[in-house]
Design a protein around this ligand. Structure first.
Ligand SMILES: *Cc1c(COP(=O)(O)O)cnc(C)c1O
Length: 394
């Protein structure tokens, strides 16, 4: 049997390669950070979600070690069978305090939080109205739910209103959006979404994965940015990006919603509890967030500097309110040459092209971090200029 299947897979993989879509993995031989080692060479990393530079933070490493010493390596159980540790409850409370919400439920990852949020809450008589650029995990979560599906064009409020009208006879309506869209770095227009939600009697869910820790004056995410703390029914997020970069996910919001998820959310009921070391480090991380905004300030200054300097050098950068900076190249093949040549210059960035972004909208995505020093940013900008000269001859 396997011979036939093997032949089929080999052909499919050859097709992926022929289309230039085969994903090669880079092997990092160091800890994650602004500077990493690849093939024995020091490189600057501009494609991690390490927005606050916490992935290698010594205090968090220490907290994780202490947490493991005190509470062990793993839980070896799901929570509804074995319960959880005091640390898990503490982390849930700290997340709720950070976002100004009522309660929080932890998951192994935000992919699980999104996978398990819709199906327990909504049924066939309800409507989910989803932004067309929402993350894959939201799309998968919606697929698992029997609610009727409506889709609106990215951040397009006219289209959202049309979809809300189309869903007006449903029992409940839930608008779902990413806080920051990862390809353009644009922030969802939550003020307008909230207004429409009021007008059409809908609830709102925001996935704060790319926005938490980054957006808003103190990094509390899009609800801070739009003065809507405590007003949004459901927020989901990850501990795998700005919040330390290890792993873990959460849903936080209205207490009855969280209560219901504890009863019926399948990735919570049937998947392992977070490891104690990660939970302990997560608690320390939120304490650090409440002590100072130093990292957010550094990140915002770095992002502002990078985009301003790139524009001065004549690069075409999408407007960004996050730490994501899309440097537009437009041509798909050229974007790949750019990324490759940037790597030769010791700069790690990723080139994205169709189907990840619309046709003719290829780009290099640069992700700025609080861990970047001014000289790192300058090196990246210089590399862009060198590569442009090599490619364009100017
Ligand atoms: C990264 C990301 C996720 C997945 O988070 P994990 O914790 O890594 O599973 C979910 N939603 C959005 C919008 C993301 O950017």
């Amino acid at each position: 049997m396997y011979a036939k299947f093997q032949e089929y897979l080999q052909k499919e993989i050859a097709n992926i390669k022929a289309d230039g879509l085969y994903k090669e993995e880079r092997i990092i031989e160091s800890a994650q950070g602004a500077e990493i080692m690849v093939k024995g060479k020091k490189c600057l990393n501009f494609c991690a979600n390490n927005y606050l530079g916490l992935a290698g933070n010594p205090e968090l490493i220490e907290a994780a070690k202490k947490g493991m010493d005190a509470r062990g390596f793993g839980m070896a159980s799901v929570r509804f069978i074995c319960g959880c540790q005091d640390l898990h409850k503490l982390l849930e409370q700290k997340i709720a305090d950070f976002f100004g919400t009522e309660d929080t439920i932890l998951y192994a990852a935000c992919f699980d939080a999104n996978g398990g949020v819709f199906e327990p809450l909504l049924g066939p008589e309800d409507a989910i109205i989803s932004d067309s650029l929402n993350h894959a995990s939201i799309i998968d979560g919606v697929r698992l739910c029997k609610a009727q599906r409506f889709r609106y064009k990215n951040a397009d409020m006219e289209d959202l209103e049309a979809q809300l009208q189309a869903a007006k006879n449903c029992r409940f309506r839930l608008i779902v959006t990413d806080g920051v869209f990862s390809m353009d770095g644009n922030v969802c227009p939550l003020d307008k979404i909230y207004e429409l939600a009021q007008k059409y009697d809908a609830m709102v869910m925001v996935d704060e994965s790319h926005s938490a820790g980054v957006v808003g004056k103190t990094g509390r995410g899009v609800t801070e940015r739009f003065n809507l703390r405590g007003q949004i029914e459901i927020l989901t997020g990850t501990l795998g990006k700005a919040f330390g970069g290890a792993m873990g996910g959460f849903t936080t919001g209205k207490k009855e919603i969280i209560d219901m998820l504890r009863q019926r959310s399948r990735p919570y009921l049937f998947s392992n509890s977070m490891a104690p070391g990660l939970v302990a480090a997560g608690c320390r991380m939120f304490d650090m967030m409440s002590e100072t905004n130093e990292l957010q300030d550094k990140l915002h200054a770095n992002t502002e500097y990078f985009i301003r300097r790139m524009k001065e050098e004549g690069f075409d950068c999408k407007p960004s309110e996050s730490a994501i900076c899309a440097v537009m190249i437009y041509d798909a093949a050229k974007s790949q040459i750019y990324a490759k040549k940037m790597q030769e210059q010791g700069i790690f960035v990723t080139g994205f092209y169709y189907p990840v972004v619309p046709k003719g909208q290829a780009r290099i995505r640069v992700q700025v971090s609080a861990a970047h020093k001014r000289e790192h940013l300058d090196k990246c900008i210089e590399a862009f200029k060198t590569v442009r000269t090599e490619i364009e001859g100017k």
